[in-house]
Structure formats: structure tokens, C-alpha cells
Design a protein around this ligand. Sequence first.
Ligand code: ASP
Length: 631
Amino acid sequence: MLCWLNRLHGALSAPTGRIAHLRPSSLRRRLALSSQRRIPEFSSFVARTNTCGELRSSHLGQEVTLCGWIQYRRQNVFLVLRDSHGLIQVVIPQDESAASVKKILCEAPVESVVRVSGTVISRPPGQENPKMPTGEIEIKVKTAELLNSCKKLPFEIKDFVKKTEALRLQYRYLDLRSFQMQYNLRLRSQMVMKMREYLCNLHGFVDVETPTLFKRTPGGAKEFVIPSREPGKFYCLPQSPQQFKQLLMVGGLDRYFQVARCYRDEGSRPDRQPEFTQIDIEMSFVDQTGIQSLIEGLLQYSWPSDKDPVVVPFPSMTFAEALASYGTDKPDTRFGMKIVDISNVFRNTEVGFLQDALSKPQGTVKAMCISEGAEVLPIFLKANRNWNSPVAKSIMEEQRSGLTRLMEIQEDDVVLLTAGEHKKACSVLGKLRLECADLLEARGLVLRDPALFSFLWVVDFPLFLPKEENPEKLESAHHPFTAPHPSDVQLLYSEPEKVRSQHYDLVLNGNEIGGGSIRIHDAELQRYILAELLKEDVKLLSHLLQALEFGAPPHGGIALGLDRLICLVTGAPSIRDVIAFPKSFRGHDLMSNAPDSLPPEELKPYHIQVSWPADSEAKKSSLNQPYCPES
Ligand code: ASP
């Protein structure tokens, strides 16, 4: 067994005989260098010699063949040709002998795709365009070929021309021609490539594909259901490869990763997609610090070189602190405006609602100070020296000075105050904090530097939270396979709601971009949590519970939300802008009109029938009504 493992390892890690003898650190250096040096050949194997965007004065005199789309034409003399690498000016020949070339280039509609061959020449003095990277040169065309004509466009392919998102999604293949979409998808590809390199080549991870036809399992997001040919039996699309990656650890795969497609039927939520991509990772014999260092290294290695470098280690904050100071489990730490507990200042208050809140067992009073808010936030009451607020008259002098001292309130600051149960009071202020930041920024203040990437680990989450729809019952804060904090295990049997977990989230600029945990590898503990605390049907997970009984190693992992990460890196307004073919807000593919109806005879093999709601829109559209996209 060792013999084939060694051979496999040798074959994979040693493309040349020489590298095989390098020590790990020099191998690492070598890989890093070779990946920096390699410049891709953009014109190998195809009918062009160069890309439109790469030509410069250094190419003067060269005979080139270019393929691209006609961006625009000027007075039938110049034509600007575009490919995904840039724009180049082509001079349309005017002499009689080149009449056929002129005809092709002058008659082809904008966005037609052409091939031209000619010489790189310099532009006449004074006609250079410093705004164009290729602006010192142009192409003197000798031959031209119309590869395909373009009919009238539904919108102009220019980034500055505004179009509705519905139209962009309906004609996504045209939208993808924009420089912005090209940039986003290419940057995404490059970052994923670097991640693979880091994980596989530098750290020995194995890329394993896991099934997308799976079954319903408890304790997570809602799954998409897939009919099968067996009556009454259904597959489900996995919400993540969670169980498979844990089973891979039982199978001795040791270090797994996958660029994994995940599916969640969560209805319409802004900036979520029913199918999305995770960088999914699992390791055996690891602890929380190990996973965190791996991810810090991964992001540092794959980070685009034109952005400020990622500084590691990332700071860390407990869930309790994040909630108390920022009112959320994903704090945007690029700016202050922290929440402060001012309950003690108001212990003897006469203000009715504060008194009321403080008389309750979990009652608190919280405040947040918006520096110079009075100058720029006209919607708020000004908290100037006269304490201009309806509650001000009931606030005693000592409370005023206590508050001013505690919160370092200055003239022209605005103080927002809320009273109630700790978690609720904090989360109200947490939401207002972000609203205020939006308002202040709309008025010209810069609170959140767009060039700044502020990473943060949030740790020590509770293992369980009260269920939203039934607070008497518990649900997992992460997922049911998350291990309890070692020092809280005993509490599982007495006060489970107090147990902290080994769950960690990665936050970037106020967005959760990853989450993971150290897992339970003890079958008994896993069974107890599922059956006794979460009241789940353990039969549905018997495969996993059984696997844990066969020498499952201690293990843990994490998943990074790739779409959101790339969205933040590119500064795109929506995750749909970093996905080639995203779904609309309502989960539709506006280009192909998925999901679509099926005739009853095609449903028969699956033993299912549609029960149409009365006056159903879906039924109407299934009766071949003209397709009407969402707006
Ligand atoms: N499977 C988890 C998720 O999708 C991530 C993890 O725990 O590794 O959120």
C-alpha cells in the first residue's frame, strides 16, 4: 500500500526529477516564483497572432492578425476593435484596390465579430490617445473577414450605458462582453487558481468532488427537492458537502477541499443565490487555530496583487463582544460608533420607558454616539448643549454628565438611545449604526474606506440558539455537527443554552464570508445532541452516526463563500455581478426562463402531478403565454 501511495505522491509532486529532491521550503519558494513568472499565452492555438489590448509601440512594423468585436466606427475611416484584453484602433483602407476590405469594415454592424490582418503603425503626431493603453499605435489593415454579423442590440455594450438588471440578465451573453464583467470573472478565476495552488501544491490538500444528488437531512437550510423514478422517493440538492467532507475524514482523506456548488431553497433574499459556490475545506487532527492560520495564509496567497496586501493574523472577537459593541455577529470594524451599556447611569431614572425596561430581569439601556452627527443628520433631533430631545427634560443633571463622560459626547454629536432586553436593544442599535453610516456617507463623510479590507474572526458562538418560530426549543447556531467548547461539555446535560461552541466565522467589512467549526467525532455525543437537544430524527443521519463509530479522527473545517468574497474584492454592487449566469431575485434564470413547466406525460415517470393553485400565474405561463421577464 505504501508503495503505490509513494508513487502517486512522487508523480504528483515531482513534475521534474530535480524538484523531487528539494526540501519543502525550497519547493514552496520555487512554486511561488514559477507562478509569478509564468505569463499566459493568450493567442496560442487560435486564429489570431495577438490580442487587441496587448499591442504597443514596441510592436511597430509587426504583421498581426486580430479577432474581435466592432466597438464603434468613426466616419468610415476608423474602427475600434475590442476583445477581452482591450481596444485597438484599425484604419479602414480608402484606396480603390482595397474596396472589398472597406466594404466589410464599413457595412458590418456594431458588435459584429471580425478578423483583420495588417501592420502595426504609429499614429500620426498629435493623434495619439493617452487614455487608451494602445493609443500610440493603430493597425493598417490589409485583409478583413466578417466572422459573424450582429443584429440590432437590446442595449449598448458600454459599461457607462445604464441598463436595467432584468435586461442584463435576459441577455447575459451580451452583458458578459462588458469590461466590468470580464474583469470580475477573470479575477475570480485567478483567485480560485491561486487557492488551488496554495491548498494542493503547498499544503497537500486533495480536491474531491462530492455528490449533488443527495437526500434530505435535518438541521440546516431548506433543500431543493429532485423527483426520482421510485414512487414517493426524492433526492435533495445538498446545502453544502458538510456530511460528505466529514465522511472523507473517516475515510482517511485527511485534507480535503472542493470548489463546491451548494443549493439552498431559502426564497428571495437580497444578495443571496439559490445556487452558490463555496471553497469547502476539511482537515483531520486540527484545532481552531490551525484552521484559522490556514485560511489567513490562503487569503494572503490568493489576494490580487493590485490590492493592499492582506495582513495576518486577523483580529478576533467573541460573539458576545460583537453583539454588545456592534449589535451583530458580523461587525464592520472599519469604523467606530460602538454601542455602550449605560444602564447604570439610568438606574434611578424617571423616564418612563427606561424605568420600565430596567425593571425587567434582562432589561438594559444602550446608547451609541454619532460623532458630528448633528451637522449632517437632519432627521435626528440635535443633541446640542440644550439636550434637544423630548426625553431631555426628564433626564437629571447627574445622568447627563454621567452620560457625557461615559460616551465622551462632544458638541454636535448625536446620541441614540434604546432600552430593552440586551440582545434586542443591541441589534436595534447595530442596524441603526449601519443606517447612520449610510446617511453620513451620502453626505460626504468617509467612514468606510472602500480600499480597506478589514478581516475579523468571530469566535465563541453559543452552540444553540432559541428557535425563531418556537423559542422554547433549541436549534444549532451553526450546524448540528459542531463540537461544544471543551470547557462547556458538562453544561450540555444541565443548561445546554449556555454551552459555547467551537464555531468560528470569518467577517470581512461587515459581511460573513466564511464559517466553520471543529466537529463532533464521538458518535454518542452526536446522537445525544441530535436526538435529545435538537429533537431531530436520528435515523436520517444513521450513515454519519455509524461512520463516527469506526475510528473517526478528530476533525474540523470551514467554508468560504466565494461569490461574496469576490464581490467584496471587486467592489461589485451585487453578488450577481461576479457570477456568470446568476438567478434573479425571485430565483429565475431570466435568459432561459428556468424554472419551466413540464407536460403531465413527462411527470408521469416520477409519479408526480401538479396541483395548480386557483388562478395560478404559473399555470397561465405554462399555457405558452408570451414570456414576460421580471423587472
Ligand atoms: N458546511 C458549513 C456551511 O456551509 C461550513 C462548515 O462548517 O465547514 O456553512
